[in-house]
Write a protein that binds this ligand. Structure first.
Ligand SMILES: Nc1nc2c(ncn2[C@@H]2O[C@H](COP(=O)(O)OP(=O)(O)OP(=O)(O)O)[C@@H](O)[C@H]2O)c(=O)[nH]1
Ligand SMILES: [Mg+2]
Length: 291
């Protein structure tokens, strides 16, 4: 499946971030805890050019807790400060200002030593579409100022938002990168909801999802959909994966005339329930996979 994932507005979003870098004290990089590696924009290091950085693993309520802990250790090993949060309920969000201050400690001390009263910290929020950037800013601000929504591409332009008296955050449109070197990365981002549905073939994405779930979370999926079919013996056999999709479709009444399963409808259900967390806590990659 080829996906047109780099529309013009993403090039513009990148340029707009670069234009604001001078003003910014710290970058806050949001990752999706379900796909911490695949949701890391490889262009970000290049764009941020050594700015102090805080990594946030968001949507931890949807992710496997033990794997999230492994990812935290992984990022610590790379020398990053990170926090695992849930922006929608606010879990651990109040630790963000503390971490930001710790990261900027030396700069603030230097200013104080020179007799300068430090101004409000300016933070840039970056991340892929739909990762929860605007939700997080609203949570920190204590008010719904930034528009949010359950689909990628909600934030269209940058917006400064005051958070208390000591911090201002720049909300930015989510950015993806021009080309996924690894097709798996594209599929995982499609599955977790970072890529616009309009450019996806949802049956392909659901097929990939069922394959991944069969591999890592068969019992949870089987229980949720009351499956009667056996787990695929060979995940590389497409017919085996389709057999599971058909079982899901039958259990959810997605039938067309002649008793055939409406795979498109079933695919919609699979993706919706997965993204809503109805299939349980799911993480699609672990640091161990890279070894
Ligand atoms: N379950 C869960 N949902 C979250 C969390 N954070 C955000 N969301 C949801 O994710 C969706 C996207 O949130 P937004 O804040 O609009 O995401 P964004 O990164 O600003 O997206 P763009 O502006 O499109 O780049 C919304 O439906 C949020 O409610 C979280 O920690 N857990
Ligand atoms: Mg947004």
């Amino acid at each position: 499946m080829t996906i047109q994932w780099f529309p013009g507005h993403m090039t513009r979003a990148r340029r707009e971030i670069e234009a604001k870098l001078k003003l910014i004290d710290i970058a806050i990089e949001l990752l999706d805890a379900r796909v911490p590696l695949s949701s890391r924009n490889p262009m970000v290091d290049d764009i941020l050019k050594g700015k102090p950085r805080l990594i946030l693993l968001n949507k931890t309520d949807l992710a496997d807790t033990r794997t999230t802990e492994k990812w935290m250790a992984y990022f610590a090993g790379l020398g990053y400060t990170s926090l695992a949060i849930d922006a929608s309920t606010g879990t651990r969000v109040n630790e963000i200002p503390v971490k930001v201050k710790q990261l900027l400690h030396e700069k603030i001390e230097r200013q104080l030593a020179k007799g300068i009263t430090p101004r409000a910290v300016r933070g840039l929020i970056v991340g892929i579409p739909n990762v929860g950037k605007s939700t997080l800013i609203n949570r920190l601000a204590g008010r719904a100022i930034a528009a949010t929504g359950d689909r990628p591409g909600v934030t269209k332009g940058q917006q400064w938002i005051k958070v208390g008296t000591e911090m201002e955050l720049l909300d930015t449109p989510g950015i993806l990168w021009p080309k996924f070197e690894d097709q798996l990365v594209g599929m995982k981002l499609a599955m977790t909801g970072a890529i616009r549905e309009q450019v996806l073939n949802i049956e392909d994405v659901a097929f990939f999802a069922v394959k991944e779930l069969s591999k890592r979370y068969w019992d949870t999926m089987s229980e949720r959909f009351n499956l009667t079919t056996e787990p695929p013996k060979d995940l590389d056999d497409a017919d085996e994966v389709v057999r599971v999709m058909e079982d899901i479709g039958r259990k959810r009444g997605c039938l067309v005339s002649g008793g055939r399963v409406d795979l498109e409808k079933a695919s919609g259900i699979i993706l919706r329930e997965l993204r809503a967390g109805n299939l349980g806590r799911i993480t699609l990659e672990s640091p161990e996979d890279m070894m």
